[in-house]
Design a protein around this ligand. Structure first.
Ligand code: FES
Length: 107
């Protein structure tokens, strides 16, 4: 089976623990978040209405939408507080040296 392709999207020194950033891949905006040294990748666009989650707050393993306050789990992509009810995509990620490599959506 062919291995899924991973693309370098950022460097670790651009994303300190507790920080978020957005990368664009094709037409997708993807949020990268560094939680205590673990980097997560998730869709940047809230599933409730169109808002950029990267403009919200990072609280532990959750990101809070700036518009109506729904929080999403960075690992599962599922909303943990309303008003959002639908999950958002989570992406495979690899760290190689200083490089952050983004892979396909997990589901
Ligand atoms: S747009 Fe994110 S909670 Fe409404």
């Amino acid at each position: 089976m062919a291995e899924a392709s991973f693309v370098k999207v950022a460097q670790l020194d651009e994303l300190s623990p507790g920080e978020m950033m957005v990368v664009e891949l094709g037409n997708d905006r993807i949020l990268l978040a560094n939680v205590e040294g673990n980097v997560h990748a998730i869709d940047d666009i809230c599933s409730h209405a169109y808002a950029s989650l990267s403009e919200g707050d990072l609280n532990g393993q959750e990101v809070e939408c700036p518009l109506h306050g729904a929080a999403f789990d960075l690992v599962s992509g599922q909303p943990v507080t309303p008003p959002a009810t639908d999950g958002i995509k989570v992406y495979e990620l690899r760290i190689e040296g200083q490089d952050i490599l983004l892979g396909p959506a997990k589901s």
